[in-house]
Design a protein around this ligand. Structure first.
Ligand code: F6R
Length: 263
């Protein structure tokens, strides 16, 4: 696991975008992104969009697969992840909407929608670069505590804490859906590279548990300790609980040239 501690959230976005751009450039214009919603990755997507606009990153043939979608929200609702991904990823990066996929939380047959999404990811050749945020309870995607570490895309019930955290996107907590369709932890682990971003003190406990705690379904993001290419980019507030804080900083400051990022 690579842990990069940045002074603030703007730097987190620049570093996460630089990491993803370096990986994407090596893969080529048909790179397959896995994309998170929520507030954590938005600035990173904006930084990537700047690189695309400047001609420094070619995503002209790229595909994207969202992590999750609410179940029980109206299609077209501005907080539905179909809409959020369109506004924060598809449009800014200039992706072809036909190649941008979101789990079908509106499906009549929700049980079949999970395996269908898994098949679509497989048909695209798998995810090359998976962007992640982390919930204050350690969830990635909407894999809430006690999710199976090998789970696949399926319906889940949102934890009370997640509904409270996400109430800020809705008029009241009563409007936050209770269910979702989310990629599983096994699905996320299949991505060839993972870039997780977290900022703010509300994420400090989750980041400490995910990075340095035991691998446990109680902190689902801790499964990333078993991933070969996971990068965690955090600001100082989110890094506040890390025991090896100084070691991560020393490591990043002394990277060999071939591992350095252009930021
Ligand atoms: C969103 C998702 C979630 C969020 C997490 C953090 O697609 O899968 O895991 O990444 O809830 O949300 P923010 O970034 O809003 O704090």
């Amino acid at each position: 696991m690579e842990v990069i501690i940045c002074p603030d959230e703007n730097r987190v976005a620049q570093v996460a975008a630089a990491k993803a751009a370096k990986l994407a450039a090596a893969i080529g214009p048909a790179v397959v992104f896995g994309v998170a919603t929520g507030s954590s990755p938005v600035k990173t997507y904006n930084e990537l969009a700047k690189l695309v606009a400047a001609g420094q990153l070619d995503v002209s043939q790229a595909s994207a697969f969202a992590l999750d979608e609410y179940v029980g929200i109206a299609a077209g609702h501005p907080q539905s992840y179909h809409e959020v991904i369109n506004a924060t990823v598809t449009v800014p990066l200039g992706l072809d909407p036909a190649r941008v996929h979101v789990p079908d939380g509106f499906a009549a047959d929700l049980e079949a929608a999970g395996p269908a999404y898994e098949a679509a990811i497989r048909a695209a050749g798998g995810v090359d670069i998976q962007f992640l945020g982390v919930g204050s309870n350690g969830h990635i995607g909407f894999n809430e505590p006690t999710s199976s570490l090998t789970s696949r895309t399926r319906i889940k019930t949102l934890a009370p804490r997640t509904r409270e955290d996400n109430a800020r996107f809705f008029a009241s907590i009563d409007e936050v859906p209770r269910h979702c369709m989310t990629q599983g932890l096994g699905t996320i682990m299949d991505a060839r590279n993972v870039v997780l971003m977290a900022t703010g003190e509300n994420k400090a406990a989750a980041i400490a548990a995910v990075v340095e705690g035991p691998v446990t379904a109680m902190w689902p993001g801790s499964v990333l300790q078993l991933h070969q290419h996971a990068t965690i980019v955090v600001d100082e507030a989110a890094a506040a609980g890390l025991a090896l804080h100084d070691y991560y900083q020393e490591t990043y400051a002394n990277l060999p040239d071939w591992q350095r990022l252009e930021v």
